[in-house]
Design a protein around this ligand. Structure first.
Ligand SMILES: [Zn+2]
Length: 321
């Protein structure tokens, strides 16, 4: 290699080295991607689009579905802390801060989590996830006591078939705010829905043996669950949300408990068990616990939550006293 060739190679090398520096800084050079002839374009471009988007969900079951459909593309925040009841929750300024930058706010609707409207502030679009869901009504059988008769029972997520509808709504909304990743959302939705079909079939098989065994529950949130699995739910201790039962109502429930030969009442982790204790003792009922919300150990996904409740109901109803 002669001297002029060496010199030429040196110039070329220096040229490339300085180009490399300039493309990393935001200096006065124009069209850095074209000059670096494709070396950087592959790694540099996607960082703009792949930033995760922020959304929020009021209660854990929607949060879990929103996470599963969103994967790494979506950062989901949960608003209702675990252990709290949505019926009595009062959002604090910290809760409002926590959902800042959320482009979508998923909620159940009805009278369950309308505090979301206070939390929203200047954040993104409110999305009620009840589309395509046949809603049951409170009080349609005259047996639910003192809440507003005829209003929709909002606990629809406790039917696995409705979990699929919630997922459909969430996937559609994700695609609207993030068209580039729409195929990923669609793929995860299909996976989730086929998993839910399988889970529902499995749980239906599990519950066949208990379909005739009567039980009562603490709060009026299990109609969809009982409907999905054809369970024999005969009454509710606390007929609506956070209100306690009247003496008249309790007398009626007591009669029903006797008539149906009920042996088990189900409490919930979000409520103090003491409110049930004397009624359970007076009527010789065993108290077991089921959980409409989850978000704690053993119930860290929507699927685990449904499985947990089916297992608990089944083992409690089949247990010999
Ligand atoms: Zn409830």
């Amino acid at each position: 290699m002669n001297y002029s060739n060496k010199l030429l190679i040196m110039f070329v090398l220096i040229g490339f080295a300085s180009l490399g520096c300039q493309t990393q800084s935001s200096g006065p050079y124009q069209k850095p991607f074209e000059q670096s002839s494709g070396n950087l374009s592959n790694t540099a471009r996607p960082t703009v689009d792949s930033k995760p988007k922020y959304v929020s969900a009021t209660i854990f079951p929607i949060y879990s579905i929103a996470q599963q459909i969103g994967g790494n593309n979506i950062n989901v925040k949960l608003i209702l802390p675990s252990g709290e009841s949505p019926h009595t929750f009062n959002p604090t300024p910290a809760d409002k801060l926590n959902v800042e930058n959320s482009e979508l706010m998923f909620y159940i609707g009805g009278e369950l989590d309308e505090w979301i409207i206070d939390v929203t502030g200047t954040n993104g679009k409110l999305v009620e996830v009840n589309e395509g869901i046949r809603q049951l009504q409170y009080g349609s059988d005259q047996e639910h006591g003192d809440h507003k008769d005829g209003s929709n029972d909002p606990h629809y997520w406790l039917d696995p078939r409705n979990g699929k509808q919630i997922a459909n709504t969430i996937a559609r909304e994700y695609a609207l705010i993030d068209l580039d990743n729409a195929p990923s959302y669609q793929k995860r939705l299909e996976l989730f829905n086929s998993e839910m079909d399988q889970l529902y079939q499995d749980l239906l098989e599990h519950t066949q043996i208990i379909q005739d065994i009567p039980f009562i529950v603490l709060h009026d949130s299990w109609s969809y669950f009982a409907d999905a699995f054809s369970l024999n739910l005969v009454g509710t201790f606390q007929p609506y949300g956070s209100h306690g039962p009247s003496p008249k109502y309790l007398k009626m429930l007591q009669d029903k408990t006797e008539n149906h030969d009920v042996k088990v009442v189900f409490s919930e982790p979000q409520y103090p068990i003491e409110v049930l204790r004397s009624f359970a003792d007076d009527n010789d009922l065993k108290v077991a616990t089921i959980d409409p919300l989850g978000g704690v150990d053993g119930r860290m996904t929507f699927q685990e939550l449904l499985t947990y409740n089916v297992d608990m109901v089944k083992s409690s109803l089949l247990a010999k006293k």
